[in-house]
Design a binder for this molecule. Sequence first.
Ligand code: AMP
Length: 261
Amino acid sequence: MRLILLGPPGAGKGTQAQHLVANYGIIQLSTGDMLRAAVKAGTPVGRQAADIMARGALVPDEIVVEIVAQRIEQPDARKGFILDGFPRTVPQAQALDRLLAERGLALDAVIELKVDEDALVRRIESRVAAMTARGEPLRDDDSPEVLHRRLAAYRAQTAPLIAYYRRHGTLRTVDGMAPIEEVAAAIAKVVADERKANPAPRVGTPKSKRTAKPPAKPKIGAKTARKARAGAARRAGAARKSARRVRKSAALGPRTRNRRR
Ligand code: AMP
């Protein structure tokens, strides 16, 4: 099973991905976690990404696409995966389509966690305030200002993916403002429905193309069909006649043919 969880920062994608990991035994691929690990390890990718992430902007597409391409090659991704935080731009989604198609794979569903952004901001601001009050360390990008920038990046660059996946026929929307367990149940229902509709593992063509019926043959009436058969018979008769003529003139030879003319 291959799923995407789509939604703004703070919508609960990570929490819901954990539920899916526990229930379906597939892995969670969070590009945010992978990038944070790269920053911590001081790899070249990490050094490139550190400032961008701290600002709340998006890391260049080539970098994240390469990270995902390498990760889905790992043996533990063979059974399936949940993409959390990727794709975040239309070019990333297109690159993912290509990556999957090259491997004969396809997505099962893209699950959008629909949330009210104002409520989200209030939720995160109060969480940050509570953590600060308790003296707990915050992530570099956990300040309200950075959150506003991340939401702006989501609106401008990631939200267009909703229309993109709606067109692909893979988009499913659940209410992300409901309590965690209810959201998890709604997602489980999406997965169950998807499995019922498509019991075989998804390989090859994307859903929109897979469900499409083969083009119907044009229908013709009985009269047209009779005419077409008569025409074909006439043409076959004429072809046989002309073949006989060619055989006969070849047998007579060039002189005879000249004399006859
Ligand atoms: P997240 O934990 O998913 O909210 O990601 C944290 C930060 O990592 C984001 O604010 C971006 O700077 C960066 N990031 C994660 N995933 C992507 C992605 N798919 N494309 C670009 N930047 C990303």
